[in-house]
Design a protein around this ligand. Sequence first.
Ligand SMILES: Cc1cc2nc3c(=O)[nH]c(=O)nc-3n(C[C@H](O)[C@H](O)[C@H](O)COP(=O)(O)OP(=O)(O)OC[C@H]3O[C@@H](n4cnc5c(N)ncnc54)[C@H](O)[C@@H]3O)c2cc1C
Length: 376
Amino acid sequence: MKPHVVILGAGFGGLELASSLSEVHGDALAVTLIDRADHFIFGYSKLDVMFGKKTSDAVKLSYATLVKPGVRLVRETVTAIDPVARRVTTNAGVHDADYLVIALGADYDVSQTPGITLGKNELYSLAGAEHLRHVIPTFERGHAVIGVCHAPFKCPPAPSECALMLHDHLDKRGVRGACTITLVMPLPKPVPPSPETSDALLAAFAERGITFVPGKKVVGVEGERVKLDDGSELPCQLFLGVPRNRAPDVVVAAGLTKDGWVTIDQRTLETPHPRVWAIGDLANTGAPKAGVFAEAAAKTVAANITSLVRGEAPTAKYPGAGSCYIEVGGDKIARVVVDFFSGPKPTGTFHAPSLELRADKEQFGSTRRARWFGLH
Ligand SMILES: Cc1cc2nc3c(=O)[nH]c(=O)nc-3n(C[C@H](O)[C@H](O)[C@H](O)COP(=O)(O)OP(=O)(O)OC[C@H]3O[C@@H](n4cnc5c(N)ncnc54)[C@H](O)[C@@H]3O)c2cc1C
């Protein structure tokens, strides 16, 4: 019998993990990769869809092209996880794992923010981005608010990117002068681990007349008013929201979470249950919720599963470091490299916006498309 690895979720983390294991072990391992969707999309593609730069169909990467030795991808919905027995129940049956990796990402919860509707006035789901793609071109006068409902949230730079891209969009249409843009977020700065990146973004906001409201959360939207957690309100004719992020119900029901996120050893990503790991957005990794971090976590777990399969002690440690591209408008892109574990506190290095970094970002996407989906 081949060792059986079951990976829940074929997102950033799950795709990299399946690819890494297939690369090293080929058919010698049986990897079952489970996802309820029929496609993957990069998180950043939602911004492209929302601002009409790409269509939804163009950014969907179909799982049909994922063919890898040893990997079986099944389209099923995970309904229960027993981490002690390493047994997963789906809408189609049961999977027993020798090694179980949970990579189901973060879900969105709008139950505590009245007036925010998934697929309508939020930019974090593809449905929301697709809806807003048709709404934004009709906005020509008044107040736009980009508002974050809770922290932590995926890709901390994304709301700042949205504000800068909205500025460009309105500017190109010749209506920027008739509109205001306000960005509300619970963080003290746009990218807290990198003061240089935060300063550059704050300077970009100031240059473009974008108002930054730090340290506050959106608690609801009522008519043309956005309500904040300090009791204040903002006028708003266009709301672009970042809903509360949380671990999926199925991992909460499995008793795997504390304070809303899956408990793990932050360096090995193992849960308290032997041979059960959690990677990516749903885990309390101590690092940001971003694809590059999910990918690094996947590489760590792949190395440790490889050691265990070979009867060796697992020694790989999650680096908690990675780099993110930041759209700053004008087709330029900046980059921040953050490192959460090397020093006494997180650090970040800023790379100034350039057109060359756009080429880098394209390359980032195309290497993953090739590695995970065989698309060249
Ligand atoms: C607007 C926006 C911009 C972003 N920009 C960037 C960026 O520039 N760089 C970056 O690194 N990150 C970015 N991100 C964040 C990035 O998309 C996520 O951090 C990353 O996808 C997390 O990977 P993951 O593997 O944890 O989860 P995901 O990639 O979300 O994958 C989870 C998978 O699990 C599946 N799933 C969930 N529940 C079930 C279930 N019950 N049964 C079966 N399958 C299930 C889902 O279908 C999904 O395929 C951005 C996100 C957003 C929203």
